[in-house]
Design a protein around this ligand. Structure first.
Ligand code: 475
Length: 845
C-alpha cells in the first residue's frame, strides 16, 4: 500500500499489464524470448533443459498474474486466513500441474513440437521438489492444492532446504544415498530478499521492574540468524478445467532460508586476515536450512533439528504477527483473523513463541495472551508409534531457547494446577500428563504441549482418531472432554492423482459424466456406477489400465533391465520402508510363491497366474532393518528373475528412488497394491486412496483409512486380511517363538533363506531374528497364513477379467469421499472457522 502507483499513472500501468498467452504461437513467442534472454541460449545451443526452462518461465509468468491478484484481494478483503505450518511439503514437479491448471497444455505441446521438442521429454527435465519424506509431506502438498481449489485464503510455511530427501541408488542390491541438490535452476520460487526476520538463539533471560512496578522479561544476547523468505506460487486452483465465473485463487507457500545476519558477519575477522573464519560463521548459519532430516515416523532428538524447528516457527510467527498488526486490530481479535494448523508436533515451538511475543514484547497479561494463543492453534497428529513422538531434552532447550523453556514450565504449571483442581483424587495423573517427563535428563513432551496449546486436536482416519483418544491422549480426554478431539480422514487431490497422472482415465470419465466437473467435486464419480455394465466403457477402462502397465513395463525395462509381461498381475508396494509397513511380509510371501512354483511340474505351472511384484521406497539412512529388507528384495529379485523355471510367472522388481514423479507413473499401472501394516500402526495411509482412484484394487489390513475405504467401496471390492487392532496388544504378549512355532509356510521360507538360497544368510539374520527371537513385534508370523491365503484369492479373482473389471470400476466410482477437498472443507468448518474468498471475474477490470 505504501508503494502503490498514484492514480493518474495507473492507466499507463494497466495498459502494459501482461495478459498471458492463449495460442501455441503466443506460447512459442514467450518460450523463445525466455530461452534467448532470461536463459541466454540460442537456436544453436538449446537442449531439453533449456527448453524446459523456457516453458516453465512462460507458464510461471502466466501463473504470477493470478498469484499477485489473489494476494492483493486477500490483503484488501482481510478476512480470516489459515496458516499451515509444515516442516515438509512434498510437491513433486510443478510444470505439468501449472499447465493443466492454467489450461494451456495443448498449445504448449503444439508449440514445443514446432520448436523441435516432445512435451514428455520436457516435463521430465524438472527436478522433483522433494522437501519431504512421505505421507505427512505429501498430505501438506495435497492440502495446498485443495485450499487453492476451494478458494480459502491460506498460506503454507516451511523451510527451504538446499537438499531435499536424498536420491536412492541401488548398488549391488544395497541402498546408497546421494544428496539431492535441486536448486541449481528453480523457476518456481521468488527470493524475497527484502522480507527477512532476525531469529535469535542461545543467550539469557533478564527480568526487571519498570517505574510503575510492572514486571518485564526479556531474552538477550546469544546469536542471530537471518531468515529470508522464498515464495512459491502454490497450486493455482483448477478453474480452467471447469470454466467458472471466478478468477483462480493462487495461494502462497513461503519457505524460509537461513543466512548469516549482517551484524554477525565478522568484519573484524575479515579485515584482520581471518577470511576463512568469517566465511565459516556464514556457513554455520546457512547450515540450519541446509538439509531435510530423512526420517519418516522417527524423531532422533538432534540439536540441529531443534534449531530448524525454532528458526522456521520464529520466522513464520513474526511474519503472521506483522501482517496482523498492519490491520491495527486489537489483540483479542487475533484468533478471529488467524488460524494456525500444526502439521504434527514439529512446529509446536510456535505455541511458546506466540506466548512470548504477546507477553514479553507486546506487554499482554499471561492469561489474556494464553487465551489468544490457545484459540489460534490446531494440532494434527499423524502417528501413534512411540519412536515418532517428539521429546526434547530440558538441558538442550535451556541452552538453545532459555526463555521458551521458562514459558513451557509456566504453561505446564498452570495446566497442572487446573488438573489438580479438577481431579484432586488422582495423584498419579499429574505425573502422567505433565509436559515435563521426569526422566534423566528431563524431557519436554511436545505432543502434550501441542495438545494443551491448541483448541482442537485431530487424527487422520477414524481408527487412528479413536486410538489416540484411548492410548496416548487418554488422560486428556478426561481433562478436556471429548469435544477437543476430532477426526479428519485424509484425502488426496484428484487434479494431480487422477487428471495429471492418468489423463486417459480422466478423459474417459469426463466423456461419460459430461465434463471435468468431478475434478472439483469428486463425489460426482458416483455417476460412473450407471456405466458399470456399458461394454464399450468397460473395454476402454481396461485398455487404459493396460496402456498404463505398458508404460510402467517400459520404465522397468529401462531402469531394471528386466522384461515384464504387461498382461501379468501387477502387485505394487511403494512407500517408505518401515518395519510397521511390513514390506518383509510381502517379500516373504513372494518367496513362498517362488518355492511353490519350483515345487510344481511344468504342466501344473501353466495353471498359475503370472505376477509382477513391484517394490519401491526409501529407508532412512540409519535404519538398518529397513535397509536389510531392501537388500532381501533385491536378492530375491536376482534369483527369481533369472530362474528359467519361473519365466513370466513371477518377476520381482525394486524400483529405485521412489518419489512423487515416479508415483505418477506407478499408481495408474497397478492391479493390486499392498497396504499391509500391522493393525493399529498406520495412521491413515494416502497411497491406498491414489491406487483406488486409478482403478487398482488393494490388499490390506484393517488399519488406517483402509477401513473407511472398505466402507465406501464395499467389502466385496477389497482384499482384507489379518488380525484386528484390538487384538494386537494381546497377541504381542502371548508369544516368543522358536523357529518351529512359526507359521509353517513362513518357517519354510526362513529355512530357504538360512540355506543361502538368496545369498549370504548372515546378511538377513537380524531380520529373521527380530521375528523368531525377539517377539515378532509387528506380527508377521501371526498374519502370514491369512496373507498368503488372500493372495491366492487374488490370483483366482484376477483370472475372472469381467468381475475384476466390475470391482475396479465400482472402486473408482465410490472414491468421492477421499478427495482432499472434502478434508479441507472439514478443517475449515470444524477447526479453522474460515470462509472461502471468491474473486469474481467482474472485479478484474
Ligand atoms: C502416517 N512423518 C500415514 C500420513 O497423515 C499418514 C516426518 C518427520 C518426522 C517424523 N515423522 C514424519 C510421519 O510421521 C508421517 O509421514 N506420518 C504419516 O502421515 C498423513 O497417512 O499413515 O504414517
Amino acid at each position: 500500500v505504501e508503494a502503490s502507483i498514484p492514480e493518474p499513472q495507473r492507466d499507463a500501468w494497466r495498459k502494459f499489464t501482461p495478459k498471458g498467452f492463449t495460442t501455441s504461437e503466443e506460447f512459442e513467442k514467450e518460450a523463445v524470448r525466455h530461452i534467448e534472454t532470461t536463459l541466454a541460449r540460442s537456436l544453436y545451443n538449446c537442449d531439453e533443459v533449456a527448453a524446459y526452462g523456457g516453458t516453465a518461465l512462460a507458464f510461471r509468468d502466466r501463473l504470477i498474474l493470478d498469484w499477485n491478484k489473489t494476494q492483493q484481494t486477500q490483503t484488501f478483503t482481510d478476512q480470516k486466513r489459515v496458516y499451515y505450518l509444515s516442516l515438509e511439503f512434498l510437491m513433486g514437479r510443478a510444470l505439468d500441474n501449472a499447465m493443466l491448471n492454467v489450461g494451456q497444455k495443448d498449445s504448449a505441446t503444439k508449440g514445443l513440437g514446432d520448436l523441435g521438442f516432445r512435451m514428455e521429454d520436457i516435463i521430465s527435465q524438472e527436478h522433483d521438489a522433494a522437501l519431504g519424506n512421505g505421507g505427512l509431506g505429501r498430505l501438506a502438498a495435497c492440502f495446498l492444492d485443495s485450499m487453492a481449489s476451494l478458494n480459502y485464503p491460506a498460506w503454507g510455511y516451511g523451510l527451504r532446504y538446499r537438499y531435499g530427501i536424498f536420491k536412492q541408488e541401488i548398488i549391488d542390491g544395497y541402498q546408497v544415498e546421494v544428496p539431492d541438490y535441486w536448486l541449481d535452476f528453480n523457476p518456481w520460487e521468488f527470493a524475497r530478499h527484502d522480507i527477512t526476520v532476525d531469529v535469535q538463539f542461545y543467550g539469557h533471560v533478564n527480568r526487571w521492574q519498570d517505574d510503575e512496578g510492572k514486571q518485564h522479561t526479556s531474552w538477550e544476547g546469544g546469536e542471530t540468524v537471518l531468515a529470508v523468505a522464498f515464495d512459491v506460487p502454490a497450486s493455482i486452483e483448477a478453474d480452467r478445467l471447469v470454466p467458472g465465473y471466478q478468477t483462480p485463487t493462487c495461494n502462497n507457500l513461503r519457505l524460509w532460508g537461513s543466512k548469516a545476519a549482517s551484524g554477525e558477519f565478522d568484519f573484524q575477522k575479515f579485515n584482520s586476515g581471518e577470511y576463512e573464519a568469517s566465511v565459516a560463521d556464514q556457513q554455520r548459519a546457512e547450515t540450519i536450512s541446509a538439509v531435510l532430516y530423512p526420517n519418516d515416523n522417527l524423531e532422533r532428538g538432534k540439536e540441529l533439528r531443534l534449531k530448524q524447528q525454532y528458526f522456521w516457527c520464529a520466522a513464520s510467527l513474526y511474519d503472521i504477527v506483522r501482517r496482523f498488526k498492519k490491520t491495527k486490530r486489537s489483540w483479542k481479535e487475533f484468533p478471529n483473523q488467524v488460524a494456525i494448523q500444526l502439521n504434527d508436533t514439529h512446529p509446536t515451538l510456535a505455541i511458546p513463541e506466540l506466548q512470548r511475543i504477546l507477553v514479553d514484547l507486546e506487554g499482554l497479561e499471561w492469561d489474556e495472551a494464553w487465551d489468544i494463543v490457545s484459540k489460534a492453534f490446531g494440532y494434527t497428529n499423524h502417528t501413534v508409534l512411540p519412536e515418532a513422538l517428539e521429546k526434547w531434552s530440558v538441558p538442550l532447550l535451556q541452552h538453545l531457547l532459555p526463555r521458551h523453556l521458562q514459558i513451557i514450565y509456566d504453561i505446564n504449571l498452570n495446566f497442572l494446577q487446573f488438573v489438580e483442581r479438577n481431579f484432586p483424587k488422582d495423584r498419579d495423573m499429574l505425573g502422567r500428563v505433565s509436559i515435563i517427563e521426569e526422566s534423566n535428563p528431563k524431557m519436554v513432551r511436545m505432543a502434550y504441549l501441542a495438545l494443551i496449546g491448541s483448541h482442537k486436536v485431530n487424527g487422520v482416519a477414524e481408527l487412528h482418531s479413536d486410538l489416540i483418544k484411548t492410548t496416548i491422549f487418554k488422560d486428556f480426554v478426561k481433562i478436556y472432554g471429548p469435544d477437543k478431539f476430532t477426526n479428519v480422514t485424509n484425502g488426496i487431490t484428484p487434479r494431480r492423482w487422477l487428471h495429471q497422472a492418468n489423463p486417459r482415465l480422466s478423459a474417459l470419465i469426463a466423456s461419460k459424466l459430461g465434463g471435468h466437473e468431478f475434478l472439483k467435486d469428486l463425489t460426482l464419480l458416483s455417476k460412473l456406477e450407471s456405466f458399470v455394465d456399458d461394454k464399450e466403457f468397460r473395454k476402454e477402462f481396461r485398455e487404459i489400465k493396460y496402456a498404463n502397465k505398458v508404460r510402467l513395463a517400459k520404465h522397468i525395462k529401462e531402469h531394471n533391465g528386466v522384461t515384464v509381461n504387461p498382461a501379468a498381475l501387477f502387485d505394487v508396494q511403494v512407500k517408505r520402508i518401515h518395519e510397521y509397513k511390513r514390506q518383509q511380509l510381502n517379500i516373504f510371501g513372494v518367496i513362498h510363491r517362488y518355492l511353490q512354483i519350483k515345487s510344481l511340474s511344468a504342466e501344473d505351472r501353466k495353471k498359475l497366474a503370472p505376477r509382477v511384484s513391484i517394490f519401491g521406497g526409501k529407508a532412512a539412512p540409519g535404519y538398518w532393518m529397513a535397509k536389510t529388507v531392501i537388500h532381501l528384495i533385491n536378492k530375491v529379485g536376482d534369483v527369481v528373475n533369472n530362474d528359467p523355471d519361473v519365466g513370466d510367472l513371477l518377476k520381482v522388481i525394486f524400483l529405485e528412488d521412489y518419489n512423487v514423479s515416479k508415483a505418477e507413473i506407478i499408481t495408474p499401472a497397478s492391479d493390486i497394491s499392498e497396504h499391509i501394516s500391522t493393525a493399529g500402526t498406520e495412521a491413515s495411509g494416502t497411497s491406498n486412496m491414489k491406487f483406488c482412484l486409478n482403478g487398482g484394487l488393494i490388499i490390506g489390513t484393517c488399519d488406517g483409512a483402509n477401513i473407511e475405504i472398505t466402507r465406501e467401496i464395499g467389502e466385496e471390492n477389497i482384499f482384507l486380511f489379518g488380525n484386528l487392532a484390538e487384538d494386537v496388544e494381546d497377541l504381542r504378549h502371548a508369544h516368543l517363538y522358536n523357529h518351529y512355532e512359526l507359521e509353517p509356510k513362513l518357517a519354510k521360507v526362513f529355512d530357504e533363506i538360512h540355506k543361502g538360497r538368496f545369498g549370504d544368510a548372515g546378511a538377513f539374520s537380524a531380520l529373521l531374528n527380530g521375528i523368531v527371537e525377539h517377539g515378532d513385534y509387528y506380527l508377521v508370523s501371526d498374519d502370514f497364513a491369512s496373507y498368503v491365503q488372500t493372495q491366492e484369492l487374488i490370483d483366482e479373482a484376477y483370472k475372472d477379467t469381467e468381475s475384476w473389471t466390475t470391482k475396479a470400476i465400482l472402486t473408482v466410482a465410490r472414491m468421492g469421499f477421499f478427495s482432499s477437498d472434502r478434508c479441507i472443507d472439514e478443517y475449515a468448518e470444524s477447526i479453522w472457522n474460515i470462509e472461502p474468498l471468491v474473486q469474481k471475474k467482474d472485479d478484474e477490470a
